[in-house]
Design a protein around this ligand. Structure first.
Ligand code: B12
Ligand code: SF4
Ligand code: SF4
Length: 289
């Protein structure tokens, strides 16, 4: 289906901004603060050749938008469309609390992990396809399908729909030395995406390379995230996903989640490499060029 100008694109952006602003699920009574600030929303073409390249870069199981669409709506249902990628910047109150931490995540970050990620993020990810459907378009969030999975590999867990790679395709920023995705609102973010048959003009990719927004990758300076990591999972050579995973989802993390009123299943997260760093809430390359 062809879009009437950029109108529908604007409606979608406004709908998501007001959802984040007004939803009760985005407000923590305990912290008296929202989990997330105003989102950034961008669009990739579903036929962007990058999605085919991800089958080599990530693995053959990583789905293309065509596969996503046809698994939900049947063989032959795909006739082009878009992938909508959304950045949810973590609120200042939660980031500030994590900045003060040295050995593990703050109470605020632990609450975000259960209530911001597993409750609100799931809620808004379900809202976008419903909203598109009300406009007459078919849409699906890959993370809410029965085929979505995370598999173990020698270098750590790999999913068959990587939100960061989707965000990269939609021009929302770049990866970094620690794997984290750096947007114009920084690295302390969460991401989600939806595949739809709505066709709009895709947003341009502006990052100079796949890790162009990272100061260490682009200019050989910084490395603040390396010293922030409490388990030495980051080095100039990159990110040790297994060491990170053991810390982020290990027993101590689960206990800390429960101690703060969260759910053991989701752990407390960590994100020390995403706070008290120059890329926390902005693209550090904007001022360093
Ligand atoms: C599995 C997983 C993990 C694993 C492994 C992470 C990993 N690097 O893959 C573990 C448990 C370690 C983990 C930890 C964390 N995670 Co996590 N995780 C995921 C999950 C479920 C899948 C990630 C995945 O499939 N990766 C695929 C692999 C292949 O990607 P990759 O190795 O990072 O990609 C590298 C290469 O592809 C390379 N590359 C090389 N050449 C090229 C060329 C091109 C063109 C491109 C594009 C890329 C590229 O670039 C990348 C970086 O080096 C996603 C949700 C989702 N479905 O996307 C969340 C997700 C990535 N996690 C997230 C978060 C917040 C965290 C934590 C902060 C924990 C927390 N909640 O407190 C830490 C941060 C660790 C870090 N430094 O990034 C966020 C990302 C936020 C951000 N700014 O990046 C996500 C997107 C969840 C969400 N919904 O927002 N996570
Ligand atoms: S803290 Fe510095 S080195 Fe680490 S990801 Fe951010 S910009 Fe790159
Ligand atoms: S999330 Fe924590 S453990 Fe993982 S790399 Fe970042 S600082 Fe290290």
């Amino acid at each position: 289906m062809k879009e009437a100008g950029g109108r529908i694109k604007l409606w979608i952006v406004e709908e998501l901004k007001s959802y984040v602003r007004e939803s009760k699920g985005n407000f923590s009574e305990e912290l008296q603060a929202p989990y997330y600030e105003e989102p950034i929303v961008q669009f990739a073409a579903a036929d962007d050749p990058l999605f085919e390249e991800y089958k080599t870069l990530i693995g053959p199981d990583h789905a293309t938008p065509r596969e996503v669409f046809e698994r939900s709506f049947g063989p032959g249902s795909y006739g082009g469309g878009s992938v909508i990628s959304v950045v949810l910047p973590i609120s200042e109150v939660i980031r500030r609390a994590n900045r003060a931490q040295k050995d593990g995540p703050s109470r605020e970050w632990a609450l975000l992990r259960t209530f911001g990620d597993e409750y609100f993020l799931n809620e808004i990810r379900g809202h976008l396809p419903a909203y598109l459907s009300s406009l007459g378009y078919r849409a699906v969030a890959p993370l809410d399908t029965d085929w979505y999975s995370i598999q173990g590999s020698a270098s750590g867990p790999v999913s068959n729909w990587s939100e960061r790679h989707v965000a990269y395709a939609a021009g929302l920023g770049s990866f970094s030395i620690n794997d984290g995705f750096i947007t114009e609102k920084g690295i302390a973010i969460r991401l989600f995406s939806v595949v739809t048959d709505l066709q709009v003009t895709p947003d341009a990719r502006t990052a100079a390379s796949h890790a162009g927004n990272c100061l260490l990758h682009s200019k050989g300076i910084c490395g603040a995230c390396i010293t922030r990591c409490p388990v030495q999972a980051i080095s100039k050579e990159g990110h040790d996903k297994i060491a990170c995973m053991k810390f982020v989802y290990g027993q101590a993390s689960r206990d800390w989640a429960v101690a703060n009123g969260g759910d053991a299943k989701w752990g407390a997260g960590c994100g020390l490499c995403q706070t008290k760093v120059p890329c926390e809430s902005r693209n550090p390359m904007r001022t360093a060029r």
